[in-house]
Design a protein around this ligand. Structure first.
Ligand code: HAM
Length: 429
């Protein structure tokens, strides 16, 4: 009987495989993220990869709801893979209530899922570093987070001229909208968020459609185009707007005096797509803005309350791995590391049992050790040692080695030596 040829399995759209060479890059990104998060005093947390659907449908906004990977589980529950971490964090905060001392600073590197149109910089499965400060309304929390973003990007080797952290304020946008008498800010934000994507005509039309006058549209446009705090001062007049502007000014002062002045800029065209932001919002782009956002975040003081908990202020950001890796690749900042090993165990007589025993001895001493998995010729063993990035080869049966000693070759210097396991250990360290 002739059977049809089976099609080889395909990678699902918008996902990635991580071969070891990709995993090394991923680890380099994660290690840097973790190192700087810890350097700033953030503690790591995690949550489940799926949650009850309603955690995401309630308070995050329509865009993200339309991108959910949701399903019914075998118990008939409505479940969704997590598209972002913030609702999970809010759930964790609500669950423990006063048992967690506030304020606190946490970080996480979740794997997230969004049913987006897969394109450069946007995938359906990605990782996102999240840093959040919970339990304080102080602007120093925003300053801490933005300092961490700048420090991280500089640590990756980028220069302050390679990226810009654009800072805006939903508080200022909402007080200004009130000042010029528009309908509720919640209705207007989604349109403001699409301003640059849809162009000036469609923007004006969309605002008209929700009841704004031509004059109000012009005023909003002028505010969003402001390049400096001085420009904004010339536009706003209500005490609430002046107070919101003062907050932005304070944040700029702190960040400039810390040394990050070159990395930040005022950008009131930033509104953010997620519905829960209430105060300062920010987004990070490459300097030429040729890529999608590298990171984005802001203050969300009512999220916990809206999800059924007490009112607990929060502020944080997410930085995705996809655009970041593209940017680092463009600047030649991704490592081209190969696999590395401390030791490769070889045998002149192809004595596999001795190889296994010796490898075990050195592994117990804490070294990363590999060896051939079948009795292959010495030349092939050396090829394998080089391919696996070993810095030293230990021979289990060298003629010049006494009982309890090994001949060993330093593959970097090319020198041959003889010594006990202890001596080899000291040599390697
Ligand atoms: P977000 O703006 O939706 O914010 O995502 C933040 C970052 O995650 C983006 O700037 C981008 O780097 C990355 N990202 C988002 N979607 C994708 C995708 N489909 N493919 C690849 N990367 C993507 C949030 O998620 C907020 N929860 C962040 C936050 C934390 N706000 C407060 N705390």
């Amino acid at each position: 009987m002739i059977t049809a040829k089976v099609q080889p399995p395909q990678l699902p759209k918008g996902t990635r495989d991580f071969y070891p060479e990709d995993m090394r890059i991923q680890n380099f990104i994660f290690d840097t993220w973790k190192r700087i998060s810890l350097r700033f005093g953030y503690e790591e947390y995690e949550g489940p990869i799926f949650e009850h659907l309603e955690l995401f449908t309630g308070k995050s906004g329509d865009e993200i709801v339309s991108q959910l990977y949701n399903f019914e589980d075998k118990g008939g529950r409505a479940i969704s893979l997590r598209p972002e971490m913030t609702p999970t964090l809010a759930r964790l905060v609500i669950q423990k209530g006063n048992a967690i001392k506030k304020p606190f600073k946490w970080f996480s590197i979740p794997r997230l899922f969004r049913y987006e149109r897969a394109q450069k910089g946007r995938l359906r499965e990605f990782f996102q570093l999240n840093l959040d400060v919970i339990g304080t309304e102080s602007i120093f929390a925003e300053a801490d987070l933005i300092s961490a973003i700048a420090s991280m990007l500089l640590e990756f080797g980028l220069k302050p001229t390679d990226f810009l952290i654009g800072i805006s304020s939903r508080k200022l946008l909402s007080t200004y909208l009130e000042e010029i008498g528009t309908p509720s800010a919640e209705l207007v934000y989604p349109v403001l968020d699409r301003r640059l994507k849809i162009g000036p005509e469609a923007f004006a039309e969309a605002l008209t459609a929700i009841g704004l006058s031509e004059d109000q549209t012009k005023k909003i446009d002028s505010l969003m185009c402001c390049k400096s705090i001085e420009d904004v001062r010339g536009l706003v007049s209500s005490p609430a707007s002046i107070e919101a502007l003062k907050e932005i000014e304070d944040l700029f002062d702190i960040l400039t005096s810390t040394g990050f002045g070159e990395c930040i800029g005022l950008d009131l065209s930033i509104v953010r797509g997620l519905a829960y932001y209430t105060g300062i919002v920010f987004e990070v782009f490459d300097k030429g803005k040729s890529m999608r956002a590298i990171a984005g975040g802001g203050r969300y003081d009512s999220l916990c309350e809206k999800l059924g908990g007490a009112k607990v202020p929060g502020v944080g950001f997410g930085m995705g791995d996809v655009v970041l890796a593209d940017l680092l690749r463009d600047h030649d900042l991704l490592p081209t590391q190969k696999q590395t090993l401390d030791l490769f165990i070889a045998s002149f007589t192809l004595d596999m049992k001795k190889i296994f025993k010796t490898a075990n001895l050195f592994r117990q001493m804490g070294f990363n050790v590999s060896h051939p998995l079948s009795p292959i010729k010495l030349g092939k063993q050396m090829e394998l040692a080089n391919q696996q990035g070993a810095s030293c080869v230990v021979y289990v049966d060298g003629e010049n080695a006494k009982e309890g000693e090994f001949e060993f070759k330093d593959l970097i210097k090319g020198t041959m030596n003889v010594g006990s396991a202890q001596k080899i250990s000291e040599y390697l360290r």
